[in-house]
Design a protein around this ligand. Structure first.
Ligand SMILES: C[S@@+](CC[C@H](N)C(=O)[O-])C[C@H]1O[C@@H](n2cnc3c(N)ncnc32)[C@H](O)[C@@H]1O
Length: 223
């Protein structure tokens, strides 16, 4: 689905959800408003910091898994330029529809698909970079591993994954854990689930905003 098609999801279809045990969000406008409050109106600063960690370069093929309302995907497209491509997938048709409207308004061409993180609709080795921001905590344990192996599968040899989430230290419960049924993920777990897929962890640590932690993994040159 390109940005033009994403605008036209009929209301009835927008209520349907793909079958997943992940926590799928539906109130897309409310989501953007909540982020605005949570970041005190500085969402752009947060997104820029995440994209710096991903080290995007012009011409790269990028996938944003659990892209939500598309803010990060739109900003990523500006970095990869006209020769690069950005695709966003989310289990929520409402999130995809809003991402499409925002991309059209910004005059940015990205590809958006209503699809599951645990069954990515792409061929092996298709992407240079996969982004995964504040999404893993929406998945129950086993699905986190499935999502990580799908990410590994669609990365080309030498490709990178940047995962960011609200990860607190073992034993601690961050604010997000109070709102979500799957709740908490630790940095150690983030490192482990990507390590287990065969990705090499190049860097991990604090993003520098609240509880947010990141993992930057690289697919081995011979997969
Ligand atoms: C907290 S939002 C994060 C959205 C976006 N990455 C961001 O940084 O704003 C988590 C997103 O994951 C999506 N999601 C949950 N389970 C999913 C699944 N199994 N496959 C794909 N997306 C899923 C939700 O619909 C929601 O849009």
């Amino acid at each position: 689905m390109n940005t033009a098609e994403a605008k036209q999801i009929p209301r009835a279809e927008a209520k349907q959800t793909l079958k997943t045990s992940g926590l799928v969000l539906h109130g897309a406008a409310k989501y953007d408003l909540t982020l605005w409050f949570l970041t005190l109106g500085r969402e752009k600063v947060f997104r820029e910091r995440v994209l710096r960690l991903a080290r995007l370069t012009p011409g790269e093929r990028v996938l944003d898994v659990g892209c939500g309302t598309g803010t990060l995907a739109i900003m990523a497209k500006e970095l990869v330029g006209p020769k690069g491509t950005v695709c966003g997938v989310d289990a929520s048709p409402e999130m995809i529809a809003r991402a499409g409207k925002k991309a059209s308004k910004a005059g940015v061409e990205i590809v958006l698909k209503n699809a599951l993180a645990e069954a990515l609709p792409f061929s092996d080795g298709h992407f240079d970079v996969v982004l995964n921001t504040v999404m893993l905590h929406h998945l129950p344990g086993k699905l986190r591993n499935q999502c990580a192996s799908e990410i590994q599968r669609v990365l080309r040899p030498g490709g990178r994954v940047l995962a960011v989430d609200f990860a607190t230290s073992p034993g601690e419960r961050g604010i997000v854990a109070h709102f979500h049924r799957h709740g908490h993920i630790s940095l150690a777990e983030m490192v482990d689930i990507f390590n287990e897929t065969g990705l090499e962890i190049e860097e991990s640590g604090a993003v520098g905003i609240g509880d947010l932690q990141f993992v930057l993994g690289v697919a081995p040159c011979c997969k």
